[in-house]
Design a protein around this ligand. Structure first.
Ligand code: ZN
Length: 105
């Protein structure tokens, strides 16, 4: 197994939000159960105690380079740029690099 494949395999066990290793992952983005529950609370607007969740989800824009071509991508409903990068890296079929979008003239 080459290094990139080993890293890709290791990323499959990591929750993209909290970065903890978890043998159980839920949902299309493969969150750990705790992060999945926090996401659900944001969607319904309240936590188990009936309060408004503290977690805020955003759409993050990144410049993603795959196969030498850079393009702007947006990832919705994430807590930050690191989570967005983890989600994109976990779904990448090859080497990928990230950057912050510049200001457009
Ligand atoms: Zn998590």
């Amino acid at each position: 197994m080459d290094t990139a494949a080993a890293v890709a395999d290791a990323l499959l066990c990591v929750c993209p939000r909290c970065l903890r290793l978890s043998s159980r992952r839920i949902g299309p983005r493969r969150y750990c159960p705790s992060c999945w529950n926090r996401t659900r609370e944001v969607r319904i607007g309240r936590n188990a105690k009936g309060s408004q969740p503290r977690l805020q989800l955003h759409t993050v824009g990144l410049v993603v380079t795959r196969d030498g071509a850079a393009q702007r991508e947006h990832v919705a409903d994430v807590a930050g740029a690191l989570e967005a990068m983890m989600i994109l890296a976990k779904s990448a079929a090859g080497p990928v690099a990230f950057g912050r979008p510049g200001v457009e003239p």
